[in-house]
Structures are given as C-alpha cells and as structure tokens.
Design a binder for this molecule. Structure first.
Ligand code: OXD
Ligand code: MN
Length: 596
C-alpha cells in the first residue's frame, strides 16, 4: 500500500514486538470494512442490530473496568519533566517506552495486526495531519473508519513524508493495573495499552487531535482546542461561526447541533454543525482565525440524547453507527439508554450484557442499576447529521467570529458575559471551572478547574499554553474573535435549573453574534460585559424578567471567593504563568473591591 520507508519501518518494528499471526492494512474500502464487521460479529466483539430499524448499526460492550478515559494513567512523556507541566502526569520517555514494550511484547499472538492510515481533517487540507494507528481490535478499526478518514488515499497523500503521528494500541488483557495512555510529543508518538474504551484507544481523537496536536500547534503557530464549531445563519442567509470550549459532557454535542426555538426558525435562523468536540485553528490569509473539525464523526454520550435534547444527534445514530455500552432491547434487537424515551424495554440486557429489570433502576446508583452505562456512547458518521455544515469538508476552514467558554457552575457565573478584550478572555478561559461528570473516571459532582476545557488534553506545560494563547491574540490583533463565557447550569436553592438550555441557548448565541457585530449594547461590570436583560430575547419563553436578572448578576462575595480560588489555581504554574494573566487577576480583584 505504500513505499514510505518511515511507515514501513514503524510497522515492521511493531510487528516484531507484538508478533501477530497476520497483518492487515486498512484500505478504506467498504468491502474490507464489511468483512471486518462480519468477523467482529463472529468473534462476539460486535452485535449486529435490527437491519430495518438501525441499518448498518452494531453494539459493542467494553469490560466493566474499562468504560471511561483514565486520566490518572495518562502520561505526557517529554524529555524534561518541566515541559509536561504541573497538570500532566509525566514519565521519562525511555523508561516509559521500555515499560510499554514489555507490556505489549508478543501480545498480538493469535491475533491480527491492523494498520490504519488516517487523516485528521479533510484529506489534503492544509490544516489536516496524518497518522497511522496499529491495533489488534476490530472495534477500533471500525470506529476509526467512522471518526476519521482512513485508507489508501491517506497514504497516497502522505507520499514519502515523515510528517505523521505514530499510534500504537494493544488491548493486552484489559488489565487496569497495566493500563497506560502515553503521548510522546517530541516523537509524534502515542502508545495505549490495556484498554479498549474509545477515548483511550481511538488514537486520532484526544491523544492526537488534542494532546499531540496542541504541542504541534504551539511549535507551528496554530491552535488545537477542545471546542465545538457551529455556524449560525440569520434570516439574511449570513452565517457566522462560533467555536466553544466546554469540559467533557457539558453538552458540546447538543450545542453544536442545536435547533432554534420555533419563532426563530420561522424567521429563518438555523444552526449548522461543523464539529462537536475538537477544533484546529489557524490564522488565514486575511488575518482572521479559521477552524476545521479534524474528525469525521461524533463520539457522543448516549444517555440523555433524545428527540428533544438533540434531534440531530439522534438522527445521526440511525444508520452505520456503533453503540458502546448501551442496553440491548431483546424484543426488536435495537438499543436503549436512560433518557431516550419514557418506554424502557421490558426485555433487555444492560450494558454489561446481563438481564435488566427496568423496575430496579435507582438514579443514585446508575452504574449498577442503569440499563446503559452513564458514559455509554454512539459513534456516528458526520454525514448522517441533518444539520451538517456545507463547510464541513472545506479544507480552508471557517472564519471564527466568537470563542465561547463555559462549564457547569450551579452558582456564580452568569448566563453569559463578554470578556473585556482578548487578554481578559484568555484569563477567563484559564480560570474556567466545572462540576465533574461521568466522562472521566473519578468522583462525579466535584468542582475542578479546567482551563479552556483542556486540563486532560493539553500536551505540554499549561503555563506555556496560556502564553501561546496570548501570542495568538497578538498576531490576530483587531481581527481576533471576541471571547465570551456562558453558563447554562445555574440552579435555584432547590437545585432546579433556572435556564431552559437546549434550543433556547440560541437566544444567547444571537446576543453573542450581535455583540460581535456591534449591534447591541452591554453593561460593563467587574467581570466583563453583561447583557441588559431586555436584550436576551424572551419571546415564547416562560421566564419572568426577574429570573433572567437573577442569572445575569455579579455577586461580589461569590466572585471574591472565586478570585481567591483562582489565586491558588495560578500558583501551580509558577514562573511559567504569563505576567499578563497575573495582572488580569489583580485587575479583577481591584474591580471587585470597588463594588458596594
Ligand atoms: C469526550 C470527552 O469523549 O471529552 O469527548 O471525554
Ligand atoms: Mn471531548
């Protein structure tokens, strides 16, 4: 399939290490993928679902000990420890290579070695990058064939270049004690062993498109971000693009595929999806920031996805999709998850493959009693998405008008505010925090600082990452996107959400775009520019102005506590914290002190 000597050397070195029975190169053809689907069904890796109701769809179950990303076993292996920074686990690369090779040695015996050439981004796009993933899992091959562009065309585009990322995955025994997800940014290499859960083994996604790419982006002058990309079309047919960073499982997929409220739809407003998880952004010839989605599919959280919360995502899962760790409805061989509808199947197997009794469901013990694992997923081809942007395949990317940060904060952050300028926006992003969810292993519901939603994904020192953001702002000058912060998750004293969210978030996006275009005024506050309540459109919304005002407030005491916590958070970065950000924090404190 290729004469590229660096590729051939890598494949033969890995082959010698793991000793497979055979080697199969993925050429990207439907016939080869079909053969693998059939083989996956035969080995029990995949369950074929109802061909009439879910054509081309399969279910896969991972081991119960392997259902989420494992941040405590994820390493950035740079030669110098300080280059990985305080937010990453670090290990000396030589030591880690040896440990991983020992774990993986001969582990493909009796198995097939699959070689997947893949492109992140439209093949041949100036923003795209190429990788090769070696794996022993058919599930990985079939998922990579949805999430990325794979096959011969990728190798043809690569030619004899050495500029590609080496990805090596070995399932081994799925032993959590020997599970490692390791990035070697200085070698363009990734090694993942003893897992088969998507986020740990679809190496194009978090490992390459964020951890390795963020490192490459810093060196090459571009940005790899944990951001959705959407296009907002107004009634005049003009489309403005927004990139938004939210920590895992805060609704990025929902926002990216939002359906506007009916009265806005009637006026001609639409949302177009470019991406739901990752954005690669470069400064274009006209000096503006342009973004592509490097992925080719959606790896979305299934529970809670339904026709109301995300009609477009649900539609995307109706054909050629792979479901992971959802429930199997035995009556019609389809899938089910909590929140799909109000009709739990009467005869079903839960995500572990055990008979499931819907009457035993206990909200407080979801992992044990739920039909679907809380972090169960669908892998769906982007082309299935009814609102996929016509720009999705555009290699040049889309021009970004606004960057939006956000997180789950039950109190504190208002519904929306605009940063004072780019530097202040970088400060807001660097201090982002959210309540944790089930997407990563660990405690749920704890507030953690997650700068730019990149905490688990930044492939180098986070202080240098902030510096890179500031540098990009300097290069962009007055063409820089405007930066905002949103919070859909404010609650009342009983824990009920105050903002309806979902499609109604469009009301906030419209304010954001109006701000970018200088069409609406704002109120200057200690934290940035807030909307006047009358400027957030409440047409057809069952919300009185007092409630809206209550989520557009700046509470002095709460923000002073926040500023104190940011001070602690910043201490971690030591002298790599850019002075401009320390100045921003001092500025915030000074402005808060002036409030009555
Ligand atoms: C994801 C994540 O799967 O951020 O996208 O965890
Ligand atoms: Mn994500």
């Amino acid at each position: 399939m290729t004469n590229n000597s660096s590729v051939l050397r890598f494949v033969s070195e890995m082959q010698a290490l793991v000793d497979p029975d055979s080697v199969v190169w993925i050429d990207g053809s439907e016939s080869q993928l079909d053969t693998l689907r059939a083989l996956g069904v035969k080995t029990g890796e995949m369950i074929k679902l109802n061909e009439e109701k879910l054509p081309g769809c399969y279910l896969h179950r991972t081991k119960p000990n392997d259902v989420a990303r494992v941040e405590d076993r994820t390493f950035i292996c740079t030669r110098k420890e300080e280059d990985a920074g305080p937010t990453n686990h670090w290990c000396d690369p030589q030591e880690m290579y040896e440990r991983l090779y020992d774990i993986a040695r001969d582990s493909y015996r009796g198995r097939t070695m699959y070689v997947i050439p893949f492109s992140m981004g439209p093949i041949g796009s100036p923003l795209a990058k190429i990788g090769i993933e070696i794996t022993d899992s058919i599930y990985v091959v079939l998922n990579m064939a949805i999430m990325t562009r794979v096959g011969q065309k990728v190798l043809d585009t690569l030619g004899d270049s050495n500029d590609w990322v080496r990805g090596f995955h070995a399932s081994c025994d799925i032993d959590p004690e020997k599970r490692y997800i390791c990035q070697f940014p200085e070698d363009n290499a990734i090694i993942s062993v003893n897992s088969a859960y998507g986020g740990n083994v679809l190496l194009g996604k978090k490992c390459f498109a964020l951890r390795i790419a963020s490192f490459q982006g810093r060196n090459e002058g571009w940005m790899a971000e944990h951001m959705l990309i959407l296009g907002l079309e107004n009634p005049k047919g003009e489309v403005r693009y927004i990139a938004a960073a939210f920590p895992s499982a805060c609704g990025k997929t929902n926002l990216a595929m939002l359906i506007p409220p009916e009265y806005l739809r009637k006026k001609g407003y639409k949302i177009w999806t470019v991406g739901d998880d990752i954005a690669w952004m470069r400064i274009g010839k006209d000096g503006r920031l342009y973004a592509i989605n490097p992925e080719n599919g959606f790896f979305g959280v299934a529970p809670g996805t339904n026709a109301h919360s995300n009609f477009n995502a649900l539609e995307s899962t109706k054909r050629n999709a792979i479901f992971t760790n959802v429930a199997l409805n035995l009556d019609d061989n389809t899938v089910w998850w909590e929140g799909l509808d109000e009709n739990p199947p009467k005869h079903a197997l839960n995500w572990r493959g055990e008979p499931w009794d819907y009457r035993a469901y206990d909200k407080n013990d979801k992992v044990r009693t739920a039909a679907a694992h809380p972090n169960s997923r669908f892998t769906a081809p982007a082309v299935n998405c009814p609102c996929l942007s016509t720009e999705f395949e555009t290699g040049e990317g889309v021009p970004i008008s606004a960057i939006v940060f956000g997180g789950r904060r039950a109190k504190l952050a208002p519904l929306v505010y605009q940063s004072r300028d780019w530097v202040n926006g970088v400060f807001i992003g660097s201090a982002m925090a959210s309540e944790t969810t089930a997407a990563a292993a660990g405690a749920v519901g704890v507030v953690r600082r997650d700068p730019m939603a990149m905490l688990p994904f930044c492939g180098y020192h986070m202080g240098d990452y902030f510096r890179h953001w500031l540098d990009m702002g300097e290069r962009l000058g007055d063409k820089a996107p405007k930066i905002f912060n949103v919070n859909w998750f404010r609650t009342d004293k009983d824990g009920n959400f105050l903002w309806p969210g979902y499609g109604d978030n469009m009301r906030v996006l419209n304010w954001i775009i109006d701000r970018c275009e200088g069409k609406v005024d704002a109120r200057e506050t200690a934290i940035g520019y807030l909307p006047y309540p009358q400027d957030i459109d409440r047409t057809d919304l069952d919300m009185d102005v007092a409630t809206l005002e209550s989520i557009l407030d700046v509470d002095k005491a709460a923000w002073e506590k926040e500023a104190a916590e940011i001070t602690e958070h910043y201490k971690k970065f030591g002298d790599r914290l850019p002075a401009q950000l320390a100045d921003q924090l001092a500025g915030l404190k000074a402005r808060l002190a002036e409030l009555d």
